[in-house]
Design a protein around this ligand. Structure first.
Ligand code: NAP
Length: 543
């Protein structure tokens, strides 16, 4: 890759979601010369792109926010327990303005090529505008859910109506009033869309392949007294979050399912259902490892579906079977099952009538054609690895990330990869991404990277690469934990099962965020001796 006319800084940051925002702030505050890039027209990552009707976070807003600035914690006030996308974007822009972050970003700019130069100890990035940038350090804050995936269905381009992708939703409002609308996909995204669009659509057709388990969110406005109390205790709340498995304040239990009587279990599950949110997952300690316990909880939720959905045939079709509850990302809703009691809402079971093709007019299944004015795709992402395999990231000896990960993602802590020196990821594969609060993980990862860079500066090191032994040891830890997890028993994006020809495997650390932090900490305490091989020389700052 030619480097003529390359612009030179000290840290290059790719991505303007939570990870990229914090990295930009952190490395600027450390005095590095930085340049950040974002493909979207503004900051926010998934919350910039996912403007679909009903988009809302499924973790409490007070947890789903930056913790590195106590001033911002005090200045910002959340209005709801689970914030909707517009409020999340408002928060993101508030933080950006408060910290003056936008000026460091080139927006509407995609990185097309990244290459390590062994001789000059630099990363070179090429943008889609043809610009070249160089720096000793590169941070890939590209996120676990940034590459949306179209369904592999014939004829998508033929459709003459309006086609919307949830993850690339237009900035202008879309009206469904009186329209015939189809939604393909019933994961977290599809469920949020269906319950919202069902309110106004003339007819809504929900094309369901695998039903999801969804539980009541029971969202509430946040009362001023509660907010004041949270603000008084934010330090303690954050501390508890950092030391929890999920990186948040969601209650966890040490109680095994079969350690209490059937009556007590029922009472606990009913309470969790009433309390809403992900309370049910935290009610017992063994729901992700004990299949029998898991099936009891699954059956409890199936019973709730029958209580809500009036038509027994529709209720039966909505009941997930054949995989453990929580093995797919558990969804939260406010009226999903109730929506199917409306006469304008129709469930199309794709097990009974698979989609054959998209036509000019709509969707054709084995049972006939469904003419539509609007078709919405909520068909998921090439998760965890997709952002770094979508373009060439070339490390030592010309090896690309695609080549390195051809049999599955391999990293150290989800932060570094052997053979890709001075390249860092936030919330990368084989870390706890998707299983814990993404903002807590982002902050942890950026802080870890920053401390390594300080160490390099102090000890006169120019290059840091993970040793093959350290990466193998980490992958053994991840693999051994995964063996016991019921997450392996569902076809999900966690496993790469939703992307054709993607190597199958659970590329997530399932030991909990608190344990993950212990591994991160141990590497530091050891002075990185076991984990990292260094090459001495000019340090990053001295360009
Ligand atoms: P997803 O969970 O991967 O769901 C994709 C859906 O599309 C599935 O129902 C899938 O069916 C269906 N699909 C894919 N290809 C299809 C085809 N050819 N024909 C028919 N159906 C097809 O994706 P998502 O709903 O976007 O959620 C992804 C992740 O984003 C979630 O797990 C969550 O982590 C995050 N998320 C969070 C929130 C929140 O915070 N509230 C909201 C939205 C998303 P199959 O399962 O049968 O393949």
């Amino acid at each position: 890759m030619t480097t003529v006319n390359a612009k030179r800084v000290e840290v290059l940051i790719v991505g303007g979601g939570f990870g990229g925002m914090y990295a930009t702030f952190k490395f600027r505050e450390m005095g590095y010369k930085i340049q950040s890039f974002e493909a979207g027209g503004g900051l926010g990552g998934v919350w910039y792109w996912n403007r679909y009707p009903g988009a809302r976070v499924d973790l409490p807003s007070i947890d789903y926010s930056f913790s590195f600035s106590s001033e911002i914690e005090q200045e910002w006030t959340w209005s709801e327990q689970f914030a909707a996308q517009p409020e999340l974007l408002e928060y993101i822009n508030f933080v950006a303005k408060r910290l003056d972050l936008n000026k460091h970003f080139q927006f509407n700019t995609r990185i097309e090529h990244a290459q390590w130069d062994e001789g000059r100890k630099l990363w070179s990035l090429k943008t889609d505008k043809g610009e070249m940038w160089e720096a000793p350090y590169c941070i890939m804050a590209t996120g676990p859910l940034s590459v949306p995936k179209d369904p592999e269905i014939e004829g998508l381009q033929r459709f003459k109506g309006a086609l919307y992708r949830a993850a690339r939703w237009p900035h202008e409002p879309v009206s469904f009033e009186g329209k015939r609308v189809g939604v393909i996909g019933t994961g977290s995204t599809g469920i949020q869309i269906v319950q919202e669009v069902g309110k106004t659509a003339g007819e809504l057709f929900v094309f369901q392949r695998t039903p999801s388990f969804t539980m009541p969110m029971r969202n509430v406005p946040l009362e001023p007294d509660y907010v004041a109390e949270v603000k008084r205790h934010y330090a303690g709340i954050r501390n508890a979050a950092r030391n929890s498995a999920v990186g948040g304040t969601r209650p966890q239990s040490t109680r095994g399912f079969f350690t209490v009587t059937p009556d007590q279990r029922k009472t606990l599950l009913e309470d969790a259902w009433k309390n809403g949110g992900l309370a049910m997952l935290g009610t017992f300690s063994d729901l992700l490892v004990n299949e029998e316990a898991n099936e009891h909880v699954a059956e409890f939720v199936r019973g709730k579906i029958s209580e809500v959905v009036k038509d027994p045939v529709t209720a039966e079709k909505l009941k997930p079977r054949g995989y453990p509850i929580f093995a797919r990302r558990p969804c939260l809703d406010s009226s999903y099952y109730e929506t199917f009691n409306q006469s304008n809402v129709h469930l199309v079971d794709l097990y009974e009538q698979p989609i054959l093709e998209i036509t000019e007019k709509g969707v054709r299944t084995g049972k006939g054609e469904y003419p539509l004015d609007i078709l919405i795709l909520a068909t998921g992402y090439d998760g965890l690895t997709g952002a770094l395999t979508a373009f060439d990231v070339v490390g030592r000896n010309g090896r690309t990330v695609n080549q390195k990960w051809k049999d599955g993602a391999s990293t150290y802590l989800g932060i570094m990869m052997e053979g890709f020196p001075n390249l860092f990821m936030t919330t990368g594969p084989t870390g706890p991404a998707a299983l814990a609060n993404i903002i807590r993980i982002s902050e942890n990862d950026v802080d870890w990277i920053a401390e390594l860079m300080v160490h390099m500066e102090k000890t006169g090191q120019a290059v840091a690469d993970v040793t093959p032994e350290a990466e193998r040891a980490w992958m053994d830890i991840v693999g051994n934990l995964a063996k016991h997890s019921l997450l392996l028993k569902a076809k999900t994006w966690y496993l790469g099962a939703n992307v054709k020809d993607k190597p199958l495997g659970l590329t997530l650390f399932t030991g909990g965020f608190h344990k993950y932090r212990e591994y991160c900490e141990a590497a530091k305490q050891d002075g990185y001796k076991k984990a990292i091989s260094f090459v001495s020389g000019h340090v990053g700052r001295a360009v």
